[in-house]
Structures are given as structure tokens and as C-alpha cells.
Write a protein that binds this ligand. Sequence first.
Ligand SMILES: *[C@@H]1O[C@H](CO)[C@@H](O)[C@H](O)[C@H]1NC(C)=O
Ligand SMILES: *[C@@H]1O[C@H](CO)[C@@H](O)[C@H](O)[C@H]1NC(C)=O
Length: 162
Amino acid sequence: MHIPTLFTTTLLLLLPTTTVLAHPVTSSTSPSSPLEARQSRPTKPKPCVSIANTTEAQHLANHAKFTDAFIVKKNITAAFEFIRQDYINHNPAAQNGFDSAWNILSPIWSSQSITPLRNTYRHPQGWLNYRSGSFGEVVDRFRWDGGCIAEHWDQGERYPTK
Ligand SMILES: *[C@@H]1O[C@H](CO)[C@@H](O)[C@H](O)[C@H]1NC(C)=O
Ligand SMILES: *[C@@H]1O[C@H](CO)[C@@H](O)[C@H](O)[C@H]1NC(C)=O
């Protein structure tokens, strides 16, 4: 009884101070302006839905749009419009699926320092090569299907030779 009571009391005593100290941080969850809200919480898009007869030309166009959104504009909302719900992710830090990747990347992506290096599409796969402040030089490989990204690899990937 004694320890929990003391603990509760201590917490209650500390609470006002903690609240004051935490204010600049918690202001991001109750933002004072719409701009702050957009910057702190990107809008989660609907996952991509495959269309079976998507042509190679449409895939190439989607790869270009995804590349621009993901590593040029760093717009994680626009990038994830190409990620399918059942996305298979071979990155060991992530589980499969749109939601796991979104939860990992969406809070950090817009503040990442990204230098795009090159990109390639060879149906049905796309490659991105960029330098990232947090992850160093990255090669991502994506498998496209029905106009959407269905699968991703980034462990020891090598950029395709010409
Ligand atoms: C793709 O399939 C849809 C129906 O599923 C059809 O309306 C459309 O014309 C098809 N497009 C092509 C390019 O074959
Ligand atoms: C990011 O992409 C979304 C969806 O395409 C778009 O609505 C939004 O305006 C874009 N944000 C910026 C800052 O361009």
C-alpha cells in the first residue's frame, strides 16, 4: 500500500511541472494553427487498389509520380497513394502491410534530409537510389502490380546495371 500511495502522490506533485515542461511538445498534438497540424500529422491516404489490366506505360507513369512524391517532394501522403493494403515489406523493422509502413515513415519522412540520386523502372519493378540523413545511401526495390506497389526490398539491394 505504502509504495503505490507514495508513487501516486509523487506523480500528482510532478504533474503540473511536467505539463508545463511538456507544453512545447504537446502543442503538436493540439496545434494552434492548421499549418502546424498538417506538418505534424500528414494525412493518411486510402491504400492503392490494383486494376488488373494496368499497362506498362501506366506503371512507368505511376513509378515517376511515386518517385517525385517520395524522394523529391517528400510528400508521404502522395507517395502512399501507390502502396497497396497488402504490401509485402522485406524490411526487418517493419511488418507487412500499408499501415505498418505508414506508422513508421509518416511521422519522420517530411523532416528527413533526402538527396535523390537516380531511379529506374523495368516492368514490373522500380528502383530508387537516394541519400538519407538517417539511413545513409539507400537502394529501394519495389514490385508493382495492377498500378500499385505490392512489395518492397531494401536489404543489400544493388542498383540494376545498365
Ligand atoms: C481494363 O478493364 C476495365 C474493366 O475491368 C475496362 O473498362 C477497361 O477498358 C480496360 N482497359 C484496358 C486498357 O484494357
Ligand atoms: C501531398 O499530396 C497530397 C495528396 O496527393 C496533396 O493533397 C497535398 O496537397 C500534397 N501536399 C503538399 C504540401 O504538396
